[in-house]
Design a protein around this ligand. Structure first.
Ligand SMILES: *Cc1c(COP(=O)(O)O)cnc(C)c1O
Length: 329
């Protein structure tokens, strides 16, 4: 496939006079088109992640990368993706939009991979397995050896969604890109980096896979402001590190405080910035919190999450308010 060739693709250097893209010449912050391949952002990101710019794709949220992976590697009305339930909802939504089937395998009761069942579910239509680790909504890391087994025994893509990896005591799979040519990793600026409103997601893979995504994406998928602010954030990653440390501390405090509450049946171990909490009467708890102006996520309709709320870790004040309100029930 021949991708659209933009003015900024055909000339990539620096010049004094730009008369090639039909832009308005009068300066505002936004009169020029953005860099279609976000070179500066990738050059700042690569050393931080121990990889190279050609192994990075940037999307309008990691949701764009999920959509492009399915669109690029699955044939509509023919191929399938495989997901491990319960998990993030966007894999299924993107598959549906692209007329690609979804094969589902349940995670175990403790939300880990059942390797045997997963390998058994693979057939000739399966092109991508999505593995979310730490998993949303359960919060746990999936077993590393199990992911290696999938990478070794499945010939399609294994996408490891690491949206919450900064909160986990585990290394990113990015370090293994050279070992597995079918490995794809997703990360995001939406969680630890505190930039959900900007919409910037990262995808790491072999340069062959990245160049496919670059062909299919819109030419200017990341706007000027997002690139500028992402560069600024990358220049001050200490701020992110401090906030992550604080959120992990708060997660631990919240976990033990919630465990003490009479209405709480179980708090699942989390390596993310949220907790899956099983309560006695989920509807009542949800409604009471809502009535007090505290919004959490009711996940009780999701597989193996009966009576469960998913609660994001907030500031110390917000967490105190949550606990005080739950005590009133
Ligand atoms: C929040 C989240 C994302 C992030 O999506 P963006 O489009 O980058 O905001 C990706 N995967 C999972 C599992 C998430 O929970």
């Amino acid at each position: 496939m021949k991708p659209y060739s933009s003015a900024r693709d055909e000339f990539t250097g620096e010049a004094d006079v730009y008369l090639d893209a039909n832009e308005n010449p009068y300066p505002s912050y936004y009169n020029r088109y953005p860099d279609p391949l976000q070179k500066k952002v990738k050059e700042a990101l690569a050393p931080l992640k121990g990889t190279r710019p050609e192994n990075i794709f940037l999307g309008n949220g990691s949701d764009e990368a999920i959509d492009l992976l399915i669109r690029s590697f699955c044939e509509p009305r023919q191929d399938s993706i495989l997901i491990l339930e319960p998990t993030y909802g966007m894999y299924t939504v993107c598959a549906n939009v692209n007329a690609v089937s979804v094969q589902t395998v349940s995670l175990t009761k403790s939300f880990d991979i059942d390797v045997e069942a997963t390998l058994k579910a693979i057939d000739s239509t399966t092109k991508i397995i999505f593995v979310c680790s730490p998993n949303n909504p359960s919060g746990n890391l999936l077993n590393r050896q199990s992911i290696y087994q999938l990478l070794e025994q499945f010939s399609g893509l294994v996408v490891v969604d690491e949206a919450y990896i900064d909160f986990a005591e585990s290394e990113s799979f990015i370090a293994l890109l050279n070992e597995f040519e079918n490995l794809v990793i997703l990360q995001t600026f939406s969680k630890a980096w505190g930039l959900a409103g900007l919409r910037l997601g990262m995808c790491y893979a072999s340069s062959a896979i990245i160049s496919v995504l670059n062909k299919v994406k819109y030419p200017y998928n990341i706007n000027v402001q997002t690139q500028t602010l992402a560069l600024k954030a990358l220049g001050n990653s200490l701020r992110k590190d401090i906030e992550v440390k604080q959120l992990i501390r708060e997660r631990k405090k919240l976990m033990s405080a919630l465990t003490e509450l009479p209405l709480v049946r179980k708090v699942f171990t989390s390596e993310a910035n949220f907790l899956l909490v099983q309560v006695q009467d989920v509807k009542a708890a949800y409604q009471y919190l809502l009535h007090k102006g505290i919004i959490v996520r009711d996940r009780s309709s999701v597989l193996n999450c009966e009576n469960c709320l998913r609660i994001t870790v907030g500031t110390p004040e917000e967490n105190q308010r949550l606990l005080a309100t739950l005590k009133e029930i």
